[in-house]
Write a protein that binds this ligand. Structure first.
Ligand SMILES: Cc1cc2nc3c(=O)[nH]c(=O)nc-3n(C[C@H](O)[C@H](O)[C@H](O)COP(=O)(O)O)c2cc1C
Length: 255
């Protein structure tokens, strides 16, 4: 199995050291090949906002950088860690540039059965919101999300605080490993079901073959399926799914 940590800090301090500990823990739990990617070592350019990736296809992006190399690494992995310092109450700039580079994957998710988690290093405040953000984007990309952790790194760092941080990282590694080897597809949450059914209804109603999202959904059989993949669904969720189809269609028709 392969796990990759994507680091959004330029210095090898708390974010990096925590990610190293997380990966070493995984290696001690099983036969796992690990890699650390420091995002600032790669060529990642700022999205121009042309929307070509969303509308026509990602291969038409005018930027020539390491986007595909990094995304292929995720596709060829079993799990990922996104780790970032809290800068001005959000992810670091380089982490956000990275996330914007694969904005099209939120339209056409494909990370099903892979495991995702996050670590945020903060001086004092704001990390919880960032973890919430990571949990959300992990789910939107299709990952099995293991809720991430915030480390408070206010200096001078006491031994007691460092021990508590290490304990949190070790717990996170164990939870992540459990999910990683399980590899099951997550159940359809109400939020996920709503996003899928309303999203596909509006794509079907508003777009046609010329649009990449439409082609993608058609090729995947998603216009006919209950969800992104085969999953057991209660009768209530089946009814709600049909309702979300209708709402999506009506919103699309009225927009
Ligand atoms: C430009 C900048 C902005 C920061 N903004 C925040 C912030 O909004 N909230 C916070 O708690 N810490 C903030 N910090 C502190 C860092 O999150 C903290 O030092 C963290 O440990 C840095 O991660 P690193 O050790 O991996 O570099 C900021 C640090 C920098 C350099």
């Amino acid at each position: 199995m392969k796990v990759i940590a994507f680091i959004g800090s330029n210095r090898k301090k708390y974010t990096y050291v925590a990610s190293e500990r997380f990966l070493k823990n995984l290696q001690s739990l099983g036969n796992i090949d690990c890699e650390i990617i420091v995002l600032s070592d790669y060529n990642l350019q700022i999205c121009k906002g042309c929307r070509v990736c969303l509308d026509k296809g990602e291969e038409f992006c005018p930027l020539k950088d390491d986007r595909d190399l990094l995304i292929d690494k995720i596709i060829n992995s079993d799990g990922v860690l996104f780790a970032t310092p809290n800068y001005s109450f959000h992810v670091s700039g380089i982490m956000k540039v990275f996330l914007d580079r694969f904005g099209y994957l939120f339209h056409r998710p494909r990370m099903f059965s892979k495991t995702f988690t996050s670590i945020v290093a903060q001086g004092l405040y704001g990390g919880k919101v960032i973890i919430k953000y990571f949990n959300f984007i992990g789910e939107a990309l299709g990952f099995n999300v293991v809720k991430g952790i915030v480390m408070t790194t206010v200096e001078p760092m006491s031994d007691k605080r460092q021990l508590a941080i290490n304990k949190d990282i070790d717990n996170l590694s164990r939870k992540f490993y459990k999910q990683l080897v399980n590899k099951e597809y997550p159940k359809a949450s109400l939020k996920g079901l709503m996003a899928f059914r309303m999203g596909r209804s509006s794509i079907k109603t508003m777009l046609d073959e010329k649009w990449r999202d439409y082609q993608f959904y058609k090729d995947k059989g998603w216009f006919e399926s209950n969800y992104y993949y085969k999953v057991k669904m209660s009768s209530l969720k089946k009814v709600l799914g049909k309702l979300f189809d209708k709402i999506g269609k009506s919103l699309a028709n009225n927009s």
